[in-house]
Design a protein around this ligand. Structure first.
Ligand SMILES: [Zn+2]
Length: 226
C-alpha cells in the first residue's frame, strides 16, 4: 500500500476558545487563547487537545470562556469531526480535554498517570473526561499510536503531560501542548511559566528534536524555524 505523506500544512491549528485566567493560574489576568490541532493523515484525522467544554458554572464564572465547538473549528479548516479516527490530550486539565466527549468510541491516547491524576477532586471537570463511550488508551512514556505521529512524555506542567511530534515531508512538527507556553519561551526570550527541573528537561527534549515548526496550546503564534 502506498501511503501519501503528510506535508507541513497538514498539521492545522484549531482555535477552540478564549478565556481569562484567574489568580490560581500561571497566566493570571491575561486573556488567553486555547488551541487544539488537527492532522490530516492518510489513516484519518488525528486531533491533539479538544479545548474547553460547555455547561460548567465554575469554569464559566472563573474563566469566562468563549468556547468554539470542535465540530465548527474542524469544519472551518475543511475537516469533519466524524472523520476523526484518533485523539490525544497533552493533559487532562479542563482546557485541553473539555470536548473529549465529542469523540465517543474513538481511541483517546493519554498518559496512564495523567488519567489517574485526573480522578482527584479539583483536577479537571470530570464529566468532560469520563463519559459514556469514552475509549481511553493508556500510554506509559513514549508511543507512536498512528504511523508518523509520536507522543512523547514531557512531564512538568503535569506529571503525565505529553507532546506530539508529527513527521512531515518538510521535517518534524511539534505540538508542545503546555510543555512550553509560548514562542517567546521557546526562543528563550521569556522565563518559563513552569520553573520546575522537570519542565526544563522536557523543554530541552523538545528543542532537541530538530523541529521545523512548533505550535503551543496557549499561543496563537507558531515558531517556524530559527
Ligand atoms: Zn494545564
Amino acid at each position: 500500500m502506498v501511503v501519501s505523506p503528510i506535508g507541513i500544512e497538514d498539521v492545522i491549528p484549531l482555535h477552540l476558545a478564549d478565556c481569562t485566567f484567574p489568580a490560581s493560574h500561571p497566566l493570571v489576568g491575561q486573556r488567553g487563547t486555547v488551541h487544539g490541532f488537527a492532522v490530516r493523515h492518510p489513516a484519518g484525522v488525528f486531533v491533539f487537545d479538544t479545548g474547553i467544554g460547555t455547561g460548567n458554572a465554575w469554569v464559566d464564572a472563573n474563566f469566562r470562556p468563549k468556547v468554539r465547538a470542535i465540530d465548527d473549528a474542524l469544519r472551518e479548516v475543511g475537516l469533519r469531526a466524524d472523520d476523526v479516527t484518533a485523539v490525544a490530550n497533552s493533559h487532562l486539565h479542563f482546557d485541553h480535554a473539555g470536548q473529549n466527549a465529542r469523540f465517543g468510541n474513538v481511541p483517546i491516547y493519554v498518559q496512564r498517570i495523567e488519567r489517574a491524576a485526573a480522578r482527584a477532586d479539583g483536577y479537571t471537570i470530570s464529566e468532560w473526561i469520563e463519559f459514556a463511550g469514552a475509549r481511553y488508551e493508556p500510554i506509559d512514556g513514549d508511543a507512536e499510536p498512528v504511523a508518523g505521529i509520536q507522543l512523547l512524555a514531557t512531564p512538568g506542567h503535569t506529571r503525565g503531560h505529553q507532546s506530539a511530534v508529527i513527521a512531515t515531508t518538510d521535517g518534524p512538527v511539534v505540538l508542545a501542548g503546555q510543555a512550553v507556553y509560548s514562542v517567546a519561551e521557546w526562543r528563550g526570550e521569556a522565563d518559563p511559566a513552569d520553573q520546575s527541573p522537570k519542565s526544563a528537561a522536557s523543554a530541552k527534549r523538545l528543542r532537541g528534536l530538530g523541529a521545523r515548526r512548533v505550535f503551543f496550546g496557549h499561543d496563537a503564534s507558531r515558531w517556524d524555524g530559527a
